[in-house]
Ligand binder design. Structure first.
Ligand SMILES: [Fe+2]
Length: 591
């Protein structure tokens, strides 16, 4: 049975293909369109998934979409009767709904010689989120939680997953939402773009939670384990929030009201300097989020008595909160899939449909490499086409067929202070680069963050960089030890180790680690192993292969990013391109 899952007309539109209950391919549309968080119809991701599976659209039996406009219909009608929406808001909602209803037509339009002959399933948004976590987790039985902005009139849902079934035991409905709260405060702090919440999470440890009394006015915990938000401070429930993706990327207008500025002081505009007050507010936002999150999941743990938890939804990307679960609750294992946000709805919808159709569980997602890969021939052809240009620029190209030798050379370059582009195998599914579309460098150098920002990233200086760690070494270097293959948990680095890896140690001593396994990515594992042999440190600094754009997908984009930036080396398949030596070859500098 072939099921195509789709997240469309939402941020991070995407597609995934499931064959007989096993994931075959998944990708986000932004990687093909080259527009971050692209939000329209994911026709290129669909084309990729079909190609990867060797199928035509006509072979697809079912299409599953992570939205069901019929869900909670009575509740929506009752809410709208009590709070009549502006006519413009209504028109925009209806347009959105019509677009989703037209998916079979859009498929036929996109693949005119092919045609879609299967059945379309509309899966309620949060069931898709919960399925995207639980149905691909290693758990037989677990508490399942989706914490989000909004989808199908709901912001939060929870329940229990048992084998193929998910029973939803509770929800928080519109207009109360932790996702909206976090996003509104992110806008207030001067970070206006879709997905900027992680900047607030990165800024938080620089401040103190001195605004908690104000935060407790905004977010209130309820006796049933859930929460409400004080609507005085928000606009989303009473007027039209400008949310469009006309140019592909989602755009929002402000979600907060002037009342928020009366409570917290004037907003910060993006060009304003960051002050202590902003850092304190960021810390307080993160702290109240954690308070509400642990109120919810702590209650669920007591109620159901289970020790495994699977999380999804936009807020499940809050790796700082996720990393505290084992410390704050009796949960022992945490699973957050690599595309925990709306992109993941594509696999969630597909797996929910698979189980609704009577399929059995036979798949665990233990790695994120579900995207396109490029053959050696394609890479060699590209390099041949650019060969002259490469030589003229003084770069040296070398093909190294022995994998161990390739990894040894790459590790040596990293240990000498080089910034290395690492392009290998299948592209990652989800927002994180996890060792196939990555930029790697030495975590031991105190100046590496500045070097990376100067050469390539140009990110805000407060944002941390993350380590990829050999899975067996986690306990020795971190205070927690769990499988974190998708970089979805932040752990405290052991105090005595922090000085050795300053480039990946955040200001509060934490690190957003990725655990690397030989069986899921042997080449990346080998590279880090070579780095450990050279330095005694079983990890490298890993950041996404891009420069203010979606993560690179094709070899052309990797090469182009290498030219545009001051990356020192590019390792693409078995080939290393080395820029003429300008890197600082001095010993690691830990100041
Ligand atoms: Fe969502």
């Amino acid at each position: 049975m072939i099921i195509l899952g789709i997240n469309a007309f939402h941020g991070d539109s995407s597609a995934a293909l499931v064959r007989d209950g096993k994931l075959v391919a998944a990708a986000e549309e932004e990687r093909f369109r080259r527009v971050k968080h692209w939000a329209g119809f994911p026709s290129q991701s669909i084309a990729y998934c079909l190609q990867e599976a060797g199928l035509r659209l006509a072979d697809v039996n079912h299409v599953a979409v992570n939205q069901d406009d019929r869900a909670h219909r009575l509740r929506k009608i009752a809410y709208m009767a009590a709070h009549p929406p502006e006519i413009r808001l209504l028109v925009s909602r209806l347009r959105n709904r019509r677009q989703r209803r037209q998916i079979p037509e859009l498929l036929t339009e996109g693949f005119p010689t092919d045609g879609f002959r299967g059945t379309t399933h509309h899966i309620e948004h949060h069931l898709a989120h919960l399925s995207s976590a639980f149905h691909v987790s290693p758990f037989e039985e677990a508490v399942v939680v989706s914490v989000d902005g909004f989808g199908d009139f709901t912001s939060t849902a929870w329940g229990v997953g048992q084998k193929g079934d998910i029973s939803i035991e509770g929800r928080v409905y519109f207009p109360h939402s932790l996702g909206v709260f976090y996003q509104a405060l992110t806008q207030y702090l001067g970070f206006p773009h879709y997905g900027d919440e992680y900047k607030v999470m990165g800024l938080a440890p620089y401040g103190s939670p001195s605004h908690m009394p104000a935060m407790r006015k905004i977010v209130k915990l309820t006796n049933d384990g859930a929460f409400t938000i004080d609507l005085t401070y928000f606009r989303h429930h009473r007027e039209r929030i400008g949310y469009s993706w006309d140019a592909g990327a989602p755009q929002f207008s402000d979600l907060f009201c002037p009342a928020l500025e009366e409570l917290l002081g004037p907003r910060r505009h993006p060009e304003d300097p960051l002050e202590d007050r902003h850092r304190d507010i960021a810390r307080s936002v993160q702290a109240i989020y954690e308070e509400a999150f642990f109120h919810l999941i702590g209650g669920l743990q007591r109620r159901f008595g289970l020790t495994d938890i699977a999380l999804a939804g936009g807020c499940a990307m809050n790796s700082v909160a996720n990393g505290k679960i084992r410390r704050m609750t009796p949960f022992r294992r945490v699973y957050v899939q690599s595309a925990a946000g709306d992109a993941g709805g594509a696999i969630g919808a597909a797996f929910a449909a698979w189980h609704q159709l009577g399929g059995a569980r036979s798949f665990v997602m233990d790695h994120a490499f579900w995207g396109p890969q490029f053959s050696k021939v394609e890479i060699m052809r590209l390099l041949a086409a650019h060969g002259e240009e490469v030589m003229r620029s003084g770069c040296i190209i070398e093909e190294i067929r022995d994998e161990k030798e390739l990894c040894r050379r790459a590790a040596a370059a990293i240990a000498e202070g080089a910034v290395l582009g690492w392009f290998q195998g299948r592209m990652e599914w989800g927002p994180r680069a996890l060792g196939n579309r990555s930029i790697l460098c030495d975590p031991r150098r105190g100046d590496m963050k500045d070097i990376l920002n100067a050469k390539i990233k140009r990110r805000e200086s407060f944002r941390p960089f993350a380590p990829s760690v050999l899975a067996e070494a986690v306990g020795e270097w971190f205070e927690e030890d769990d499988a974190v293959p998708f970089m979805m948990q932040v752990f405290q680095i052991r105090e005595e180790k922090r000085g050795r890896i300053p480039a990946v140690t955040h200001v509060d001593g934490s690190g957003r680690l990725q655990t690397v396994y030989r069986y899921t990515n042997p080449r990346y594992y080998q590279l880090i192993e070579c780095f450990r042999e050279l330095t005694g440190v079983p990890m490298v600094l890993n950041t996404s292969f891009n420069e203010n754009e979606p993560v690179v997908c094709r070899p052309e984009e990797a090469l182009d990013c290498f030219w545009r930036t001051q990356m020192d080396l590019l390792c693409i398949g078995d080939t290393i391109i080395r820029r003429s030596p300008t890197v600082d070859r001095s010993e690691p500098n830990n100041h």
